[in-house]
Design a protein around this ligand. Structure first.
Ligand code: PBE
Length: 270
């Protein structure tokens, strides 16, 4: 039947992203948990390569199964894309993105800590920056800087009760994805406006958690929970301050174009 044709047509392969990503770890789990994915392979490459494959498949109306997530511009750019239902809940329902700080930051750099603690925004804010960068070809950092200039009310809220400082250094550790390039760039701009000297370092997910746990970095805005980065979070749980969510309504899962006549991961075939 048609569903087995889809699975055969994609060669029982999910088009995935970077090896270190939380969604990669989670998808390996899904392959273990779902009988329908028995014998499937997650092809690990890069986000850019995955998006290229996706756009080519959609252009030719060919079947494809990808690892998808929000916030990202892929669902805006390809309205044909849909998440597959995940009856076993391997990918969770919705995710939040959390801010984590190293132990001692609160006492040593209270004004930076306060901004980090007060920072939170919406999926539409983050996605707006990502989409604008993608469409214009401008760097995320540049678009984020403009966003900060255009949102004085948000900045006022995040900097409430924060004193100016004179060149205090802050290192934000981040992942390489556009979503976290957006949040890190925005918060870096806000910190700079209060006199901080900010460095943003993008590294692998595992390194983000390790760096905050051992104090090499001051903070991260990049922790996707409760599912995506659970493994890393749990490993270093008692070694950082959890400042709570900076964004609600994130999501990860398997996604396919709507012209594929299936709804659930269980509709794929081993
Ligand atoms: N992502 C985007 C990352 C986090 C941000 C969903 C691709 C991941 O670790 O899977």
């Amino acid at each position: 039947d048609e569903t087995s044709n889809y699975s055969e047509a994609v060669d029982y392969t999910i088009a995935g992203i970077e090896p270190g990503a939380g969604i990669t770890v989670t998808t390996e789990k899904a392959i273990e948990e779902y009988d329908s994915l028995n014998g499937w392979t997650l092809e690990q490459s890069s986000t850019a390569a995955m998006v290229t494959q996706l756009s080519e498949a959609i252009e030719n109306e060919e079947p494809i199964v990808v690892t998808g997530w929000n916030p990202h511009w892929m669902f805006a750019k390809y309205p044909d894309l849909k998440y597959l239902e995940d009856p076993k809940g391997v990918y969770g329902k919705t995710e939040v993105i959390k801010t984590l700080a190293r132990k001692g930051l609160k006492e040593e750099k209270p004004n930076a800590y306060k901004i980090l603690d007060q920072f939170h925004w919406e999926v539409e804010d983050m996605e707006g920056i990502m989409y604008k960068s993608q469409e214009s070809g401008k760097d995320i950092a540049e678009v984020a800087k403009k966003w900060v200039e255009e949102h004085p009310d948000a900045v006022a809220e995040w900097t409430k009760g924060v004193d100016d400082v004179d060149g205090v250094e802050v290192e934000l550790v981040s992942t390489p994805w556009d979503s976290e390039r957006a949040s890190s760039s925005v918060v870096a701009e806000v910190l700079k406006s209060k006199g901080f000297n900010v460095k943003v370092t993008p590294v692998d997910v595992a390194v983000v958690f390790k760096a905050i746990a051992n104090g090499d970095g001051d903070a991260t805005l990049a922790a996707w929970m409760p599912v995506t980065h659970k493994e890393f979070y749990d490993k270093f749980k008692d070694q950082f301050d959890d400042l709570g969510e900076n964004l609600k309504g994130a999501k990860i899962g398997l996604a396919v174009p709507k012209y594929m006549d299936i709804d659930s991961i269980e509709d794929l075939q081993a």
